[in-house]
Ligand binder design. Structure first.
Ligand SMILES: *[C@@H]1O[C@H](CO)[C@@H](O)[C@H](O)[C@H]1NC(C)=O
Ligand SMILES: *[C@@H]1O[C@H](CO)[C@@H](O)[C@H](O)[C@H]1NC(C)=O
Ligand SMILES: *[C@@H]1O[C@H](CO)[C@@H](O)[C@H](O)[C@H]1NC(C)=O
Ligand SMILES: *[C@@H]1O[C@H](CO)[C@@H](O)[C@H](O)[C@H]1NC(C)=O
Ligand SMILES: *[C@@H]1O[C@H](CO)[C@@H](O)[C@H](O)[C@H]1NC(C)=O
Ligand SMILES: *[C@@H]1O[C@H](CO)[C@@H](O)[C@H](O)[C@H]1NC(C)=O
Length: 319
């Protein structure tokens, strides 16, 4: 049930109390310094028209085919840039992968369908072009966090079901090996809103975004998409019969990652998507639940070069 009044009240409260700031982001200068210090990279390759991606790869060895990881960062659909996630790219490259970090369009410049279009094209670009960088096109995995996990799951589900997106019928994507979805919100419903609201009042830490202007845009996004089944992979799958998705989403294995102190996204979001994926297909999946860390701890850890979190992330890809 869509209640605009209810939403307005929630957002008025959110806006007034302000979402408590968390130091997730490094300074812009620090991000840029990290980004520019990387040598094993090709920057700003165009895909899907004007969108850009970076490829992190071993320039000394492009002959041995290596597994590939595409990483789709989070940022509440309203923020984020590949430059902030350099550490993901360089970590993956040092672990023997070829990494692809695409930018994708953000709200309100683009809709969620536009974001899906970007992720869909980034995966296809990778399949068609990655061998030049020593990547094995038949061994592509994808990892994604938060809003990025939502857009990625939506892309994979819509492509596997050949659903329309921006009036284009999506085709099956190339087979992906692992799809690692971390702390993703897969439905915009009351539970998600209440959870996010509560998370801002009960503890001091995690938040979707602490920037006031971004919060206002995020509110607009929530009002635009609240209760919209077409942008929820959970709701889309509810329309399909048990074991009816024979292509298993063109994925070898899903790895769902959730953390006990996530106060931005409820656990039910991952649980409900797992249940629908498992009910409608026979794809392999694993649920990894980690105690004692927050919504963005892993991302913060990898960005900060913390070995414990680096290992946690790499292990997810090796599940
Ligand atoms: C947040 O990060 C910035 C940049 O790294 C740093 O200067 C600042 O002291 C941090 N603030 C807090 C409250 O930790
Ligand atoms: C939207 O597009 C404008 C113009 O290209 C750009 O300056 C702005 O940063 C974009 N906003 C977001 C949130 O990406
Ligand atoms: C990527 O692959 C496609 C399809 O083979 C090709 O048309 C395109 O030119 C390639 N892009 C780059 C940047 O090499
Ligand atoms: C899709 O097609 C419908 C009907 O032709 C049109 O009204 C709508 O604007 C189109 N949407 C997009 C995103 O192109
Ligand atoms: C908030 O984050 C800091 C730094 O990441 C952490 O040490 C602290 O335990 C967190 N506080 C809560 C209440 O989760
Ligand atoms: C997954 O599906 C199997 C058989 O279809 C069922 O036994 C199992 O309980 C399901 N797991 C979840 C988490 O729904």
């Amino acid at each position: 049930m869509k209640s605009t009044l209810f939403l307005n009240i929630i957002f008025a409260i959110l806006f007034v109390i302000g979402i408590n700031a968390q130091n997730v982001t490094l300074s812009n200068e620090e991000d840029m310094k990290n980004y520019l210090s990387v040598e094993n990279i090709e920057r700003d390759i165009a895909y899907n028209g004007g969108r850009l991606l970076d490829v992190y790869y071993d320039k000394q060895d492009t002959m041995t085919p290596k597994p590939v990881v595409i990483h789709i960062y989070g940022g509440s659909w309203v923020s984020g840039s590949k430059i902030q996630y350099t550490k993901f790219g360089s970590l993956l490259e040092s672990e023997g992968y070829v990494a692809v970090l695409p930018n994708y369009i953000l709200f309100p410049n683009g809709s969620i369908e536009d974001m899906v279009e970007d992720v869909y094209n980034a995966i296809q670009w990778t399949y068609n072009n990655i061998s030049k960088y020593g990547g094995n096109p038949n061994l592509i995995s994808l990892s994604a966090h938060s809003a990025g996990a939502h857009v990625s799951a939506l892309t994979i589900v819509k492509a596997a079901l050949n659903l329309p997106n921006n009036n284009v019928t999506l085709q099956n994507l190339p087979q992906l090996d692992k799809v690692v979805l971390m702390n993703g919100p897969y439905v915009f419903d009351q539970e998600f809103l209440y959870y996010t609201l509560q998370g801002t009042t009960d503890t001091s830490n995690t938040t979707a975004t602490s920037d006031k202007q971004q919060q206002a845009i995020l509110q607009k996004l929530m009002l635009t998409y609240y209760g919209n089944a077409e942008i929820s992979p959970i709701e889309i799958l509810k329309e399909y019969e048990d074991n009816s998705i024979y292509n298993n989403f063109n994925v070898n294995k899903f790895v769902f990652f959730y953390t006990s102190l996530d106060n931005v996204v409820p656990e039910s979001s991952s649980k409900n998507l797992i249940a629908q994926i498992n009910r409608t297909s026979n794809v392999q999946y694993e649920y990894v639940y980690i105690e004692g860390i927050e919504h963005a701890s892993l991302v913060r850890g990898v960005r900060g070069g913390d070995v414990e979190y680096e290992n946690m992330y790499i292990e997810l890809l090796r599940k």
